[in-house]
Design a protein around this ligand. Structure first.
Ligand code: ADP
Length: 372
């Protein structure tokens, strides 16, 4: 492994950043644009935080910052991530008036066979838990699998995979995904400190996604599971348009309100012509650990009925269970920590259905370029 002889310290990085001028000619440090510096060996992670309305300028600054930081002895690679100041969520997420989020396919993912989005209409329904266990389930079926935690509002893959506090290596200017239980993992949470504000708008999402997808050495993968940000706003729509998705899985709990959101999720993917692989009902029922009895806490079955009504496949039910929560929160997801157990069996069955659905559909062909 390449090792720098000297390791830069934060003060040296800060000095280099002072040489970069921001809007109005002021140094970006004095202008308060630098929200985080993290030095990890020869790698330096910088977050720039600014006004979401000036995202384009920040993008230009990011390039200058990268150049300046790389001049510091001992720095092998600089990763700059843009985030925006806290602002009213609706205004922050919206693309410029009258402008739909643009479609800009991200390069360097040719070696990934299927990219699968896992989405939910709202937060807290178990989207990340499902993403992690689905990825592990696909790996258990013999696939080479990556998990991209694109939940820029609340990245959870570092915790779920027991990789909290770790920083990815950078080789030839590309981030090397971390690995856990045989799955390659990349998360915005590895690049941006937890206390950095995370409100984004279109161009920033493009930049962050570009980093996570195109600037990561994923290698050859059968499937990349993308844990999407919850909801169906412009940020999610931009992502769904940016990534050449082979299909989408929508996670919902059985309550009526969650199902309304899940329907919006299905509609969003249909709008960008992404095949819906199916709906998963999470926290579907409660199995009593003492007596083994089953309780349908939220009148279970709503997601199955909704899937039928919407004409999309129903992929299965995952019970509400303490073991699922505990293993997720401990960084040992249930498919990895108890692969022969009853919950692993549920997720592996889900993975089988997703795998079969992917294999029966061919990935959308890239647009043909005709010259002359
Ligand atoms: P989301 O990504 O939708 O916000 P998470 O996957 O982070 O949701 O789940 C939210 C919380 O619910 C976490 O603490 C997780 O461990 C727990 N959880 C998710 N699914 C289950 C389940 N089937 N049984 C028990 N707890 C669950």
């Amino acid at each position: 492994m390449r090792r720098a002889k000297t390791v830069a310290d934060e003060a040296e990085i800060l000095k280099a950043l002072e040489s970069v001028s921001g809007p109005g000619g002021k140094s970006i440090v004095a202008a308060g644009l630098v929200s985080g510096i993290n030095v990890s060996g020869g790698k330096v992670f910088i977050s720039l935080t600014g006004d979401p309305a000036r995202a384009k300028e920040l993008e230009v600054l990011a390039v200058a910052v990268e150049g300046a930081v790389k001049t510091v002895p001992g720095v092998e690679a600089a990763i700059v991530t843009l985030t925006a100041e806290k602002a009213p969520a609706a205004a922050a997420a919206a693309p410029p008036p009258g402008q739909a989020p643009q479609r800009r396919p991200i390069a360097a993912i040719e070696k990934i066979k299927y990219i699968v989005a896992v989405s939910s209409g709202k937060g807290g329904v178990g989207k990340s838990t499902t993403s992690a266990n689905l990825a592990l389930g696909l790996a258990a079926l013999g696939w080479r699998v990556g998990l991209l935690d694109a939940d820029i509002f609340g990245p959870s893959a570092p915790r779920l995979f027991g990789l909290g506090g770790k920083k990815p290596d950078v080789v030839d200017n590309r981030l090397v995904p971390l690995e856990a239980y045989g799955v390659k993992v990349m998360s915005i949470g590895f690049l941006v400190d937890e206390d950095v504000p995370m409100i984004w708008r279109g161009p920033m999402v493009v930049q962050a996604l570009g980093q996570l997808l195109g600037e990561v050495a994923w290698g050859e993968l059968d499937a990349l599971v993308v844990d999407m940000p919850p909801g169906t706003g412009d940020v999610q729509l931009t992502m769904a348009q940016q990534v050449p998705l082979a299909g989408a899985v929508v996670v919902s709990t059985p309550q009526d309100l969650a199902l309304i959101d899940a329907r919006r999720g299905v509609a969003m993917f249909q709008r960008v012509e992404t095949p819906i692989l199916g709906i998963v009902e999470n926290m579907s029922y409660f199995l009593c650990p003492h007596c083994g009895g089953r309780t349908d806490i939220f009148s279970h079955g709503g997601a199955r009925q909704d899937a039928e009504a919407l004409g999309v496949p129903f992929l299965g039910e995952v019970p509400l269970d303490l073991a699922i929560r505990q293993t997720s929160d401990a960084g040992t997801p249930v498919v990895a920590s108890d692969p022969q157990g009853k919950f692993a069996a549920i997720y592996i069955e889900l993975a089988e259905k997703v795998k079969a659905a992917l294999e029966t559909r061919t990935r959308r062909a890239p647009p043909k370029i005709v010259i002359g």
